[in-house]
Design a protein. Structure first.
Length: 195
């Protein structure tokens, strides 16, 4: 008796049809039966597919570097100028002659830190304004590990020491030296006046 409705079922169905509302036109799918289906391209041969394969060919070409923080040179170049602008311009061009110099090149951190403190504090006490601190550019010791190691341990550490106590009270400006005085392997340190 499957597929046949009784008279009672047919009456119920007719009542339901009277209360039903037709679907909106946007839900009605119309098919154009005269249109031909698109042709399928034959699959490439296995040899053609293998020769075209290249590792990473479809991957996005965004390389993530380890350069998360700006270099010391960039930080110093964008630091605010606290000294006289004309003197600062002359200093950057190498036209001001440093009154004293300290060569830390080749020292360990343990020897360089006290030597720098003694030199800066004695220079400030002697009334010097512009001194030169030579650090060297340093060797590249990054072995490609997960944590990058910056080039030149002293080159990166000296500006940090100069902005810490007790030196920050006498240091007004720190900038990379001009090529005539050592370039990126040395720093100009402009000291405050004695009070």
């Amino acid at each position: 008796m499957k597929g046949k409705l009784s008279d009672d079922d047919r009456d119920v169905w007719n009542e339901v049809k009277k209360t039903a509302t037709p679907m909106r036109a946007e839900f009605v799918v119309s098919r154009d039966l005269s249109a031909k289906p698109p042709k399928k391209t034959p699959p490439k041969s296995l040899d053609a597919m293998i020769t075209q394969f290249e590792v990473g060919a479809r991957s996005a070409r965004t390389s993530m570097g380890h350069n998360l923080a700006p270099s010391v040179s960039q930080r110093l170049a964008h630091a605010p100028v606290e000294m006289d602008r004309k003197k600062f311009g002359k200093m950057k061009k190498g036209k001001l002659k440093p009154e004293a110099r300290l060569d830390l090149h080749g020292m360990t951190l343990a020897h360089a830190h006290p030597a720098l403190q003694g030199f800066i504090l004695s220079s400030a006490a002697a009334g010097r304004r512009l001194v030169l601190v030579i650090t060297g550019k340093g060797k590249d010791r990054d072995d490609g590990g997960p944590i990058p190691i910056r080039r030149g341990v002293l080159k990166n550490q000296v500006p940090h020491w100069l902005h810490q106590a007790p030196l920050r009270s006498v240091v007004m400006q720190v900038n990379e030296a001009h090529l005539t005085h050592g370039g990126s392997g040395a720093y100009y340190v402009y000291l405050r006046r004695n009070r």
